[in-house]
Design a protein around this ligand. Structure first.
Ligand SMILES: Cc1cc2nc3c(=O)[nH]c(=O)nc-3n(C[C@H](O)[C@H](O)[C@H](O)COP(=O)(O)O)c2cc1C
Length: 283
């Protein structure tokens, strides 16, 4: 049987995209192919695109996963793909997790970016997930996802991709244009909405020094290493608004006054977008 290598790269502040990346690794492992799994949020992970270039050869496959933030893949993933070298004959499978509001244009943008770099897209997936911004809610959008049915779909994507790699007669790469599935109104909004603008709209995180124990958990949980301790936590300019710093702050010293109000905004946005809350694979 033809052997190929898979590198699975993902970014996952709240852990759902990581779960999918692990599922991909586990499923591929059963077919005993060589696998590397890289977490972009882990400073020790070797996601340097220069070394990646030497590790991915023609016929190998890059699986790349991102959460959807404000309708796009997160900036570290966009940046990572934009720096990938020209990779003729290397396969790629982009996947996104989204919190039941809208999967936006993230998957399409990732697919197009990868195709422009010469990757052949063998498949893609948008995966329904619990909304990570509303972890405190009693009933967050996407609650209970990804569940078994979502995972089943991801497994059939993997099966199809493996088949395409090892058996050239099994099918072709997909045209990334099929990932351009959103209605015009969602695409138009995506042109003028992104994480930088959301950051400008959100008030800064507030620190209550009376409660803060300087335990450094906020800094450790920040997936972009954007919190310095001197000695109080200070949030830098690269905040992604994942809110891990607030979520994992045990003494509740960090807060954001707009976070509670986000639930209504997100529910309204969900109705406006009208995207069926589902996992979908493209093969
Ligand atoms: C700042 C922010 C923006 C988000 N924007 C969207 C969005 O536009 N559409 C959506 O459906 N979910 C959105 N989500 C939810 C995440 O896409 C979803 O929970 C994802 O699975 C999180 O991945 P992770 O657990 O790997 O971090 C957003 C979450 C955050 C924190």
């Amino acid at each position: 049987m033809k052997k190929f290598k898979s590198i699975i790269v993902y970014f996952s502040p709240a852990g759902t995209t990581r779960r999918i990346a692990d599922l991909i690794a586990k499923t591929l492992n059963k077919s005993s192919h060589e696998i590397e799994i890289l977490d972009m949020g882990d400073p020790c992970s070797d996601t340097d695109f220069h070394t990646l270039k030497n590790r991915l050869k023609e016929g190998d496959c890059l699986w790349i996963g991102s959460p959807i933030y404000t309708g796009h893949a997160v900036p570290p993933v966009e940046k990572f793909i934009s720096k990938l070298p020209e990779s003729k004959g290397v396969f790629a499978v982009p996947f996104v997790t989204y919190g039941a509001v809208t999967s936006g244009v993230g998957l399409y943008e990732m697919g197009m970016q990868l195709a422009r770099r010469g990757f052949l897209i063998l498949g893609a997936a948008k995966i329904l997930a619990i909304h990570s911004m509303l972890w405190f809610s009693k009933n967050p959008p996407g609650n209970g996802h990804p569940g078994q049915d979502d995972e089943k779909q991801v497994k059939s994507l993997i099966k199809s991709v493996v088949k395409k790699i090892i058996d050239p007669d099994a099918g072709n790469s997909i045209d990334p244009k099929i990932l351009n599935y959103q209605p015009i109104k969602v695409k138009e909004r995506a042109k003028t909405w992104n994480i930088t603008l959301l950051r400008q709209k959100m008030p800064p995180m507030k620190l209550d020094k009376k409660k803060c124990t300087k335990c450094s958990i906020c800094a450790e949980r920040c997936p972009v290493q954007n919190i310095s301790l001197n000695p109080w936590p200070k949030i830098g300019d690269n905040c992604l608004l994942c809110f891990n710093c607030i979520r994992y702050c045990e003494p509740k010293a960090l807060t954001n006054e707009n976070l509670g109000g986000m639930e209504d905004i997100i529910q309204t946005r969900m109705l406006e977008c009208g995207e069926p809350a589902e996992t979908k694979i493209f093969i």
